[in-house]
Every structure is written in structure tokens, then in C-alpha cells.
Ligand binder design. Structure first.
Ligand SMILES: *Cc1c(COP(=O)(O)O)cnc(C)c1O
Length: 367
């Protein structure tokens, strides 16, 4: 048994994997695999419509928003959103909170000017800035609600008189949100929604009415809205597995119940990080992410040994992002609290083992 703390693609519920495997062999008893049916069949139309319905229900999406399933990952959204909304002569406002927000800024710069309203770069992005102004003339304000690599998360956002665009790739469906506070939300599916290959976009229809730029078809949100996300062949299997996963989420009580579990899981781990003499957390406690927990060891020389110790207990996916180092433990929806308990026990055992070694070493020295 593995405890999968990987940052993405994420752990999925065992039942979802079983159902997906069944559909690969024979989809709904029609004698064909989900992988080999046309996206124009009534069978697949039912899948895409149910998936949209589940997104609308679980996130309580108002009627004047469209739900789109696109491809190219969240990374494609970085440029696509600027292509659509960063019009000639305008500047877009961006909050710089780390690796992915910086990537979004770099892509926007291909299409126009960017005003970085605040940055937490001064402290390696281990906090979220507050108290900045969003210019009323900005084309839009962009930020990332959960910084997957740094381990910070925003639970509220600044009031903005301009359209708000949010990258929610790694905390979508982890808690209730007020969709009406946003004009466009996007998320690569593989962090907390399903397998890689599909990107969710939830967009306010009247934002799309404001597009004046010339946009190529595959980058035009309006084309995907008008074609029910089937302007070209959609990522059929990714959408199908996301649907199964959202059914699972609905069944267990939706995002309200999920938030309770996510708070319990993250509290358990942060409490141990703060208690354990070998480890320390990286993110400012007030901005700690419930999805991605980042920490290091006071003695970096022990990190490889701890990784090995943990892997013997079936713990996988906890190594930090290469440029960040240390550890990053991801607690996505499908990860059971029992896996967090195993990790916490492992940290305690490693601490005890280490103290014993120290004591025996000190004894040797004093003898
Ligand atoms: C992973 C991630 C991305 C990039 O997603 P891709 O689907 O790989 O392009 C963007 N933003 C955030 C917050 C992420 O966690």
C-alpha cells in the first residue's frame, strides 16, 4: 500500500480508478471502450453534460457563467487569458506569489503590459502580500489562490473594481468558493479534479462580451462556449474520469464536507511539523496551504535519510520541488487522513531514532 502525497497528477479515489478501468474495457455496456467512441455520440454528450452539471452544482456556479473543458493545461491559460482580455493599450494587474504566478506574468507579457501590484519574492514567496492597490484602469487582476510549490494559499482576496481572474489549479474543489467574486477561474484538472489532459474554465458570460481582440479559434473562449467545449475533439477520457471523481465528491458531501477533511488533514501535519524538533515549516503560518505543505529539516544532511525512511513505509511523492528543496506534502481531496497519520508517525519515529543515535553518540564521547 502506497501513501501518495504527490503534487500532481494527484491521487484519485480507488473506486474512481476501478470505474475508469471498467469503462476502458466496456463503456456502459455498449461493447466499446470509452477510449474509442466518438465525442459526437449521445453517450459522450451525456458525460460532458453531467460533468458540467456536477461542476455547477458542487461549486454553486451562477447561471450567467459558462463551464468549459479545454486542453493545454493551466499553462496554456496563462497566455490564452491575456490573448483574450489584455487589449491594446491596456495593462493587466498581477499579484506575484511564486513560481506559477510568475509564469503567468511571463506569458501575459507576450500580449501587453503587466503591472505587478505586489510580490512576496523578498521572502522566497513564503507569504502572501496584503495591502496593495489594484489600479481601476487595469484590464483585469490575476492571482493564484494556492501556490503549489511554495505552499501558501489565499482564503480571501482583495476587493477589485476590475475583472478578477484566478488560477485555482491546486485548490479547486477543496472548499466552498463564491464564484460570483470572480470573472474567470481556471484549473488544470490533475491537481484536485481528475487526471491530466483537461483544464476547467468557469467564466462569466459578460466578460466574454468584452473581448475585442482578434483571437485564433483554438484560443477563443467564445468558440468553446458556443460549441459546448467540442469545437475540436475534447479530452474525452480526462473529462470522463473527472466526472467519476466529481460524482465521488458529491456522494461524500461535496466541498463543504471536503473542507472539513482538508482542515483536519493539514492541521494534523502542521501540528507535527511545529512540534517535531527536526523539522520546520516554510510558509508563514497565517498563509499556510491546506493542499501543499512545505517544510525542511534543521539539519539538511538528514533529508535523504528521512526520504528513504519514509519510502520504506510506503510514503511517496514528498520530495520538494527541485528548486525549493526540502519536502512538499500534497494533501489533495482523495488522500485519506490515515495516510497523514502514517506520515506523522513516521516523522515521530525518525525523531526518536535520531535522538537515540545522538544519545548513544554522546555517551561514547563522555565515556
Ligand atoms: C500545476 C500548476 C500549473 C500548471 O499546470 P499545467 O496543467 O501543468 O499546465 C499552473 N498553476 C498552478 C497553481 C499549478 O499548480
Amino acid at each position: 500500500m502506497k501513501h501518495n502525497f504527490g503534487a500532481g497528477p494527484c491521487i484519485l479515489p480507488a473506486i474512481v480508478l476501478d470505474q475508469a478501468a471498467d469503462a476502458v474495457r466496456d463503456f456502459n455496456g455498449i461493447g466499446l471502450s470509452i477510449l474509442e467512441i466518438s465525442h459526437r455520440t449521445p453517450e459522450f454528450e451525456a458525460v460532458i453534460n453531467e460533468t458540467q452539471g456536477l461542476v455547477r452544482e458542487l461549486l454553486n456556479v451562477p447561471a450567467d457563467y459558462s463551464i468549459l473543458f479545454l486542453q493545454g493545461g493551466a499553462s496554456t491559460q496563462f497566455s490564452m487569458l491575456a490573448m483574450n482580455f489584455l487589449h491594446q493599450g491596456k495593462k493587466a494587474a498581477y499579484l506575484d506569489t511564486g513560481f506559477f504566478s510568475l509564469k503567468a506574468i511571463k506569458e501575459a507579457l507576450f500580449f501587453g503590459e503587466v503591472d505587478i501590484v505586489a510580490s512576496s519574492k523578498d521572502k522566497n514567496y513564503y507569504y502572501v502580500p496584503v495591502g496593495y492597490q489594484i489600479p481601476a484602469t487595469a484590464a483585469y487582476f490575476h492571482y493564484c489562490s494556492n501556490n503549489t510549490i511554495e505552499g501558501t494559499e489565499m482564503f480571501s482576496h482583495p476587493a477589485s473594481s476590475v475583472p478578477v481572474i484566478c488560477d485555482m489549479s491546486s485548490d479547486i474543489f477543496s472548499r466552498p468558493i463564491q464564484v460570483a467574486d470572480f470573472d474567470l477561474i481556471y484549473a488544470g484538472a490533475q491537481k484536485n479534479m481528475g487526471p491530466a489532459g483537461m483544464t476547467l474554465v468557469v467564466v462569466k458570460n459578460n466578460l466574454l462580451e468584452k473581448i475585442t481582440a482578434e483571437v485564433a479559434s483554438m484560443s477563443d473562449y467564445r468558440i468553446f462556449r458556443d460549441n459546448n467545449s467540442m469545437f475540436n475533439t475534447p479530452p474525452v477520457f480526462s473529462i470522463y474520469v473527472a466526472m467519476l471523481n466529481l460524482r465521488w465528491l458529491k456522494e461524500k458531501g461535496g466541498v463543504t464536507q471536503q473542507e472539513v477533511e482538508n482542515i483536519a488533514k493539514s492541521d494534523l501535519l502542521y501540528t507535527e511539523i511545529d512540534r517535531n524538533t527536526l523539522f520546520y515549516g516554510l510558509a508563514d503560518p497565517k498563509d499556510r496551504s491546506r493542499m501543499n505543505v512545505t517544510f525542511k529539516m534543521h539539519d539538511p544532511g538528514l533529508e535523504a535519510e528521512f526520504l528513504d525512511f519514509a519510502s520504506q513505509k510506503g510514503i511517496v511523492g514528498i520530495k520538494g520541488y527541485p528548486s525549493a528543496g526540502g519536502f512538499r506534502v500534497s494533501l489533495y481531496n482523495a488522500l485519506p487522513i490515515s495516510s497523514v497519520e502514517v506520515l506523522v508517525k513516521c516523522m515521530q519515529d525518525f525523531e526518536a531514532k535520531n535522538l537515540n543515535q545522538k544519545v548513544s553518540l554522546e555517551n561514547k564521547v563522555t565515556v
